[in-house]
Design a protein around this ligand. Structure first.
Ligand code: FAD
Length: 475
């Protein structure tokens, strides 16, 4: 027998890990070589906050393992060829990657390894149900979430595995976490390069232990109130698990198992996990949807561009729009690398439907800053809000940021937390750019950059034109 190699990617944990069990079985008494590859192509587009969070997850993993990871820098295919030559491994095990770029990379790796007589084993995935598995009765991909969820829910129960006993092997590294810091985030998006920097973000603790603690806390105290509290912007009414799910410090199977049971809180929570699975599935079936609107008619939509548009984008990105809820949301993102889900919807809708800017600009900004930034959830969250997505939240459903603040931040607590210029201005004034304009102006807070009603009408006009152009082309 020869040792096996386990290539860690979005599965930085030891428990509930079918791939690791496979690696242990294949390596037998010869053990398992644990590898992490610093691939600039992948990590270069993660902003510094997500890179730091990743590093804390890797460090926590090494602690749990009681042994260091082999950290190598380079193209995965080259790194793996080298390491196979050095160590004589015959089996490389990974958790399956179902994102378009991951599928393409793994196909190249598989072929290169096969030429050396080495097998790439893909086991499980970052999803409870692998993308592509849930299909309609006719065997077709499901385009609407509710239909997807019904079939996805009945694919369980899922088996949860304990952490295996592993004999970890060591091999020289060509990189370390300083290299990761340097190469991570090296591909800064040109669109907003000049206003990207900010102070370092205070991060939650990374790793599996922290993820399990978070889950335990949430299930013990909050899950049964989830339905009523998940939209309240000023409290931690949600699980806070997204960064851990992003890096696989915890698997959604574990989360689903812990949240079993009756009650609307639990049902609603499991359904949210379902959204993550749905978006993974949509991306799998529509690999272009990471960058192209899923609704073909939205390709006809007229978005603004040029220097004035870029300036409006800058005001939005830096939380200087003069619309308190939007500004609070955007400042939370920059300060914490996270944003409440309700705030994500409001801020995204404002960019697309009040500022008339392309959803891809906003998606890029989010993806750079979010520590839970994930192509499937982010791009499709944006498409849902922009009305360009699979299950077409119609374009004319436009979030009014004032009404949203009145419903979900009634006392302005969330706004006050992130917009200190408005301290001392009480609700309802603090929620509204209109009635509070004089006060807001005095407080050095920007004047509202647009008239919400006017720009809402402009958005509807553009949508109607886009539809007409699309239908004219079909005739
Ligand atoms: C414009 C936009 C961009 C988004 N970008 C991302 C992203 O890059 N990464 C990301 O993980 N989520 C993204 N979301 C979804 C959602 O906002 C976050 O998952 C959620 O805020 C994370 O907080 P939580 O873990 O406390 O969620 P909880 O409410 O506790 O939900 C539990 C888990 O369910 C999943 N989930 C919940 N809501 C959604 C949703 N709408 N879509 C997909 N999965 C969901 C997440 O994995 C989350 O951790 C985005 C949503 C929008 C509207």
């Amino acid at each position: 027998m020869a040792p096996s190699l386990f290539w860690f990617r979005r599965d930085l944990r030891l428990g509930d890990h079918p791939g690791l069990h496979e690696a242990v079985a294949r390596g037998g008494a010869d053990g398992v070589l644990p590898l992490f590859i610093i691939d600039e192509k992948v990590l270069g587009s993660s902003g510094p906050a997500r890179v730091e969070f990743l590093i804390s997850c890797l460090e926590a993993l090494e602690q749990e393992m009681g042994s260091p990871l082999v950290v190598r820098v380079g193209e995965p295919v080259e790194v793996l060829r080298e390491i196979v030559d050095e160590t004589g491994v015959r089996d490389v095990v990974v958790s399956g990657d179902f994102a378009p770029s991951g599928i393409a990379r793994d196909a190249v790796v598989e072929e290169a390894l096969a030429l050396k007589g080495v097998t790439l084993h893909r086991v499980s995935s970052p999803y409870a149900v692998d993308p592509g598995v849930v299909l309609s009765e006719k065997g077709l991909p499901l385009k609407v979430f509710t239909a997807f969820r019904r079939r996805w829910e009945i694919t369980g129960p899922h088996v949860i595995l304990d952490a295996p006993g592993v004999k970890w092997l060591r091999a020289p590294s060509t990189g370390d976490y300083e290299t990761l810091r340097r190469l991570g985030g090296s591909r800064r998006p040109a669109l907003f390069d000049d206003f990207l920097d900010g102070p370092p973000v205070p991060l939650p603790p990374g790793g599996e232990r922290a993820a399990l603690d978070r889950l335990g806390d949430f299930v013990d105290h909050d899950i049964d109130f989830y339905k009523e509290r998940r939209d309240i912007l000023s409290i931690q009414g949600t699980s806070g698990l997204s960064p851990y799910l992003r890096f696989g410090c915890i698997h959604p199977r574990t989360v689903l198992a812990a949240s079993q049971g009756p009650g609307e809180g639990r049902t609603t929570f499991r359904s949210e996990i379902g959204w993550r699975e749905f978006y993974g599935d949509v991306l799998f079936h529509n690999p272009l949807s990471a960058n192209a609107s899923l609704q073909p008619q939205m390709a006809e939509m007229e978005w603004d561009s040029g220097p004035a548009a870029k300036e409006r984008f800058r005001q939005w990105a830096l939380g200087q729009t003069g619309i308190p809820l939007v500004d609070a949301a955007m400042r939370q993102l920059k300060a914490e690398g996270l944003m409440h889900n309700r705030a994500r919807m409001v801020a995204a809708s404002f960019l697309v439907k009040h500022l008339h800017l392309d959803w891809r600009w906003g998606a890029k900004w989010f993806l750079w800053h979010l520590i839970d930034g994930d192509v499937a959830s982010n791009q499709h969250g944006w498409q849902w809000t922009a009305g360009t997505g699979t299950d077409a939240a119609p374009f004319y459903r436009i979030f009014n940021p004032i009404a949203q603040a009145e419903r979900f931040d009634t006392q302005g607590v969330y706004i006050h937390r992130w917009v200190p210029e408005l301290a001392g201005i009480e609700a309802p004034g603090v929620l509204q750019p209109g009635g509070g304009v004089d006060l807001l102006h005095q407080a050095n807070y920007p004047q509202p950059m647009i008239d919400l009603k006017q720009e809402r009408e402009e958005a509807l006009r553009r949508y109607s034109d886009a539809r007409d152009r699309f239908h004219a082309k079909q005739e």
